[in-house]
Each structure stands twice: as structure tokens, then as C-alpha cells.
Design a protein around this ligand. Structure first.
Ligand code: BMA
Length: 357
């Protein structure tokens, strides 16, 4: 047993040295790459892109975006909800084994990986989304040291970290990625959201998570903090600080018949976050966005693109193509397909081939 512990420790130290070659950790190398790329254009991203789409699921190598444009998204988003319970599949039925394989595939082809996590509610047993009387419960306080659910939550963090640590390349080196926990906390729908805990408690949750994960993975993660758009000014009280955040993100969805409001709010909030990012020399991204089922066939180039091109953002990621009732990226035959291709052809919007050498 001792021997195994020694070997594992040596491996970690070796990878640590390896990770710091050229004086930069792999996270710092990823950050420099994102900074360089942001000067060239804005990367397109899609959640759960390689798993399923409109009319298909789990066909290795397939992607709605690639079926339509001939290229993969530059950024792919993956979701870990369920990993904390030791489940085999995430909350959207994606097997973690398959997810691990696709994260490696995206990394190998030179793409960017971003990971979100919607853990269950350790205090109530519910989902990440609060309902009914769960709204009166302070789960964040409960998971902090001394709280009722702290012990359970530590086990959850251990399972989370074990999965993150299993994301390695063929040589066993940790794959660099963007991690975006505790997002949309400016809204009151998740147990870590506004009105459910104080700003101090939120920051303590962030720090505890980060410190826990960083004990095992100090070199390969860029941390993204992403409020939802339409935030109040006091959301900045929940900002963990420039020393704890690499990417300042915004989540922003257009609602049906809400074009004018969307454009106005998106600009207001991107301007605020870009200012904060400038002060701390942080990266900025539209970490989630979209218009469900894209009912407007000119939306991409007429509404979205002109707004995002005004800001120095690294990427914009649209949510998953669950099925024909809920999708955010086009596929061959959708009403917006032609318009999406037009957007992707413009120099400023980057797909995989635009960033992978
Ligand atoms: C939401 C929806 C849900 C999904 C969740 C986590 O926005 O897409 O169907 O379970 O994200 O991916």
C-alpha cells in the first residue's frame, strides 16, 4: 500500500514539474491561448455536442453542428450533475465513461473543454433547482464547515475531484479545462442562488470548492464565475475575486418576443463584466446563451453576432440539443441553419479548424 502511495505521489510531483515546463502551468498555457485567440475572434461553443442531437444519439464522432457546417464547435461544454452521488450517468443521461472519452477527443483535436456542475441539494435531497419550501432553506450554510450537510458535501467534493482527476491524456497528463461551478447565482433558481444564501456564504462555498479541488488539481483548471444576465449591482459582492477567477462569464438567453429586452440587457451586463475583467486582467466569455429552438431564422447574424462582436469575449456557448422540443444549436434542416452557416463563415466567429493548428 505504502509503495502505491509513494508511486502516486511521485507521479503527481513529476506531472507537477511537467505542468510547469516553460514556467507555465497547463492552466496558464490555456489562459494565454484563450487571450491570443480572443484577439482573433470569438469561439463558438455547444453543450453536449458529441452525445446527441436532433434525431440521433450516441453515434461516435457525430455532431449536429458538424453535420451542418463540416466542423466541430471550438468549445464543447460537459455537465457533471450526478457525479456527486456516484451515478454512472449525469442528470441528462450521459454516461460519465462516454463523457471522459469525448473530453479527451475534444482535447486531442485541439478544441477547448468547459465543464459545468448542477449538483443535487445535499440538505433537502432535491435537485439543483429549488422548489416550494426548499426556498426557505439555506443549503449553502449547511454545506460550509460546521453545517449539517458538510460531511456529505465533502464526500460529494471527493467524487467530483476524482472524476476531474481522471480526465487525462494518453500519457496520463491532466487535460486543461474551464470549470464553471455555482453559476447563475444572480437568480434564485439554484440552491446557491440569490436570496437563498448571503454573499459571504456564497464566496465561502466557492472558496471551499476551489481549495478542495486544487489540493488534487492545482495546475490544469481555469475557474469561471458566471452570473445570469439581468443581475443586480450587488452580484459583485459574490464575486470571489481576481485571484480566484480566471474567466468572468455571463449566462444570457433570449426569451420569445423578447428581442429588444435581450439586446439591451446583454449589452448592459457585458459592459459591466468587461469593465471588471479589464480591471483584473481576466478573460470574459458568454458562458451560456441562446434562443430555444431558434424560432427566428435570422437570429444569429442579425441579433446575436452584432452584440457579441462589440466585446473582447473569448467564446459564446449555446446549450444542448436535447431533442426537437429543446435545442439551441442548429442541425441540417432547421429554419436557422443557413443563417448559422453565414455567421460561422464570417472571420470573427471561430470553429474548431480556426483554432486548432
Ligand atoms: C437545463 C435543461 C435541462 C438540463 C439542465 C442541465 O437548461 O437543458 O433539460 O437537465 O439544463 O444540463
Amino acid at each position: 500500500m505504502r509503495k502505491i502511495v509513494c508511486i502516486v505521489l511521485c507521479l503527481f510531483i513529476c506531472f507537477g514539474l511537467e505542468a510547469k515546463k516553460n514556467g507555465k502551468t497547463t492552466a496558464q498555457q490555456l489562459s494565454s491561448r484563450l487571450t491570443r485567440l480572443a484577439k482573433k475572434g470569438i469561439m463558438f461553443g455547444h453543450q453536449d455536442d458529441p452525445f446527441y442531437g436532433l434525431g440521433w444519439s450516441y453515434e461516435e464522432g457525430r455532431s449536429d453542428v458538424r453535420d451542418l457546417t463540416g466542423d466541430y464547435p471550438a468549445v464543447m461544454g460537459f455537465e457533471l450533475g450526478g457525479i456527486e452521488l456516484g451515478d454512472e450517468k449525469n442528470l441528462d443521461s450521459v454516461p460519465f465513461q462516454v463523457m471522459r472519452r469525448e473530453i479527451l477527443a475534444q482535447h486531442r483535436r485541439g478544441g477547448i473543454v468547459t465543464i459545468s456542475w448542477h449538483p443535487r441539494n445535499p440538505l433537502t435531497g432535491g435537485t439543483a433547482w429549488v422548489n416550494g419550501e426548499e426556498r426557505s432553506k439555506n443549503t449553502v450554510a449547511a454545506v460550509l464547515p460546521g453545517g449539517r450537510s458538510h460531511g456529505v458535501f465533502e464526500i460529494w467534493l471527493r467524487r467530483l475531484t476524482a472524476f476531474l482527476a481522471s480526465l487525462t491524456d494518453e500519457q496520463g497528463r491532466p487535460i486543461p479545462f474551464i470549470f464553471r461551478p455555482w453559476h447563475e447565482n444572480s437568480g434564485g433558481w439554484f440552491w446557491w442562488g440569490r436570496g437563498l444564501c448571503s454573499s459571504q456564504e456564497y464566496r465561502a462555498l466557492w472558496n471551499m470548492t476551489q481549495d478542495f479541488v486544487a489540493q488534487t488539481l492545482p495546475y490544469n483548471i481555469l475557474w469561471s464565475w458566471s452570473p445570469n444576465y439581468g443581475f443586480e449591482a450587488d452580484v459583485l459582492d459574490t464575486y470571489p475575486g481576481h485571484d480566484r477567477v480566471d474567466i468572468i462569464g455571463l449566462d444570457a438567453y433570449q426569451q420569445r418576443n423578447g428581442e429588444e429586452a435581450f439586446i439591451k440587457q446583454l449589452n448592459k451586463d457585458l459592459a459591466t463584466l468587461c469593465q471588471l475583467a479589464r480591471e483584473g486582467r481576466r478573460l470574459v466569455a458568454l458562458t451560456e446563451c441562446g434562443f430555444q429552438n431558434i424560432p427566428d431564422p435570422t437570429w444569429w447574424t442579425r441579433v446575436l453576432q452584432p452584440q457579441i462582436e462589440k466585446y473582447p469575449i473569448s467564446y459564446f456557448l449555446v446549450w444542448r440539443n436535447a431533442d426537437r422540443r429543446q435545442y439551441f444549436a442548429p442541425a441540417p434542416g432547421t429554419a436557422d441553419a443557413k443563417n448559422f452557416c453565414e455567421m460561422v463563415k464570417s472571420k470573427k466567429i471561430m470553429m474548431l479548424k480556426d483554432i486548432a493548428k
